[in-house]
Write a protein that binds this ligand. Structure first.
Ligand SMILES: NC(=O)C1=CN([C@@H]2O[C@H](COP(=O)(O)OP(=O)(O)OC[C@H]3O[C@@H](n4cnc5c(N)ncnc54)[C@H](OP(=O)(O)O)[C@@H]3O)[C@@H](O)[C@H]2O)C=CC1
Ligand SMILES: O=C1OC[C@@H](O)[C@H](O)[C@H]1O
Length: 385
């Protein structure tokens, strides 16, 4: 059968837009995804049309592809099926809303928005207009993540009661990020939590929340600490303890809880020698054993299933990236399948779950005293940022 072709419009020409587009251009057959195909039909840069043209030629795109010098023209392009929003966090609400108001389906980079109130409005608009909307948490669509969720659901490690996830870079923050880079710039909603902490939360949520039947998923309570970066006030370190009510009390009449420890830091590393000597950055601990995940939490490469002593052998599973891709093609394939099947949201990351995660991050920022400038926390639209 002919593959379902999706025509992408790329909004912004920065680092992740390049990486995502490179993955879109890899032949889906190399990853056994012959049911879908991707075409990049338009690229827009808010800086200039020339920047969009350079982006297209640097990727070697030879099929028809329009270059635009503003986002408004992109969202009006009738050839585009779905817009990939690759701007800084601060701009997601305005940019996604622009696309939805123009009647376009949207895949928006993480973190979805600056706060939960913005996310909820975008979802409301998408639903009202019958449009597809998804937060681009690419890691969720890795075969590795899907396999691990299935293992948990099959009871492979028993009842999962604790998950520890650490997404931390050991950067010389002042030298590497300065004060204006989006990583640390409050005007762009920078900071460890929204940029990297969301991956630690992803691991906690996809193992302790998403693996439950929908009607049993309950938001966690949260306790956290945050350290501001002295030059900008954005968080350079955030430590979160999440407590989820479990569906089935495991021993006795007392209500049980599962705990998620989500760590993020841009000054100390989860993997200081970059050889994995510090051990797995993700540990999923159950009553019958543990799953350890290796590699960066946003781009894990392998996992080990470690049964409880005497209950079997350790198994190690390597998860390669076909065609030398970054791994972003799997989320793109998910978008294509949802559009083909008329789905308005993805089962891998339902919109309701994005809201709960945004609410957790709101609460963590509240506990840590981190607010962003009023204009980027605003739900007003349109707003010139
Ligand atoms: N999934 C993943 O692995 C990753 C995701 N990300 C996410 O992608 C998004 C973008 O990150 P990244 O590509 O690294 O960022 P970059 O700074 O490299 O690119 C952002 C682009 O957004 C556009 N833009 C529009 N308005 C502004 C503004 N006021 N300031 C800066 N840029 C602006 C620019 O493109 P133009 O001038 O063409 O309009 C710019 O090139 C973030 O949400 C981030 O969290 C980032 C890295 C990895
Ligand atoms: O989403 C991300 O994943 C990879 C990191 O390098 C980047 O800072 C972050 O935005």
């Amino acid at each position: 059968m002919a593959p379902h072709i999706v025509r992408w419009g790329i909004m912004a020409t920065g680092w992740i837009a390049e990486t995502f587009t490179n993955d879109l251009l890899i032949d889906p057959n190399v990853r056994d995804a012959s049911d879908v195909a991707h075409q990049v039909v338009a690229v827009a840069s808010s800086s200039s049309k020339e920047k969009a043209e350079q982006f297209i030629s640097a990727r070697g795109i030879t099929t028809p592809c329009s270059a635009y010098g503003d986002y408004e023209t992109l969202v009006a392009d009738p050839n585009v099926d779905v817009i990939y929003v690759a701007t800084p966090h601060s701009h997601h609400y305005q940019n996604v809303r622009l696309a939805l108001e123009a009647g376009k389906n949207v895949l928006c980079e993480k973190a979805f928005t600056v706060n939960a109130a913005q996310t909820k409005i975008l979802i409301e608009i998408a639903r009202k207009k019958n449009l597809f909307l998804m937060e681009a948490v690419w890691t969720r669509y890795f075969p590795l993540s899907i396999q691990i969720r299935e293992l948990i659901q099959k009871g492979e490690i028993g009842e999962v009661l604790r998950v520890v996830a650490d997404t931390s870079f050991g950067d010389d923050v002042e030298t590497k990020w300065g004060t204006t880079h989006r990583m640390v710039n409050p005007n762009l909603a920078g900071g460890a939590l929204l940029d990297l902490g969301i991956y630690s939360l992803t691991w906690v949520f996809q193992t302790l929340y998403h693996t439950l039947p929908r009607d049993q998923r309950k938001p966690p309570t949260v306790t956290s600490q945050m350290t501001p970066y002295h030059l900008t006030g954005a968080d350079e370190s955030t430590t979160m303890l999440l407590s989820f009510p479990t569906s089935t009390p495991s021993n006795g009449p007392h209500p049980q809880q599962s705990h998620g420890v989500a760590l993020t830091n841009i000054r100390v590393s989860a993997d200081p020698d970059e050889k994995g000597s510090a051990g797995p950055p993700i540990r999923i601990q159950g009553t019958k054993g543990e799953i350890q995940v290796y590699g960066q939490p946003f781009r894990p490469e392998s996992y080990r299933i470690i049964p409880k002593k005497g209950a079997g052998e350790i198994r190690e599973v390597q998860c390669p990236f076909p065609g030398n891709g970054k791994g972003m093609y799997w989320e793109a394939d998910e978008v294509a399948r949802c559009l083909r099947d008329g789905k308005l949201e993805s089962e891998g990351l339902p919109l309701e779950e994005s809201i709960v995660i945004m609410e957790v991050m709101d609460e963590v920022r509240k506990q840590g005293g981190l607010t962003y400038p009023q204009n980027i926390e605003s739900t007003e639209y349109p707003l010139q940022l």
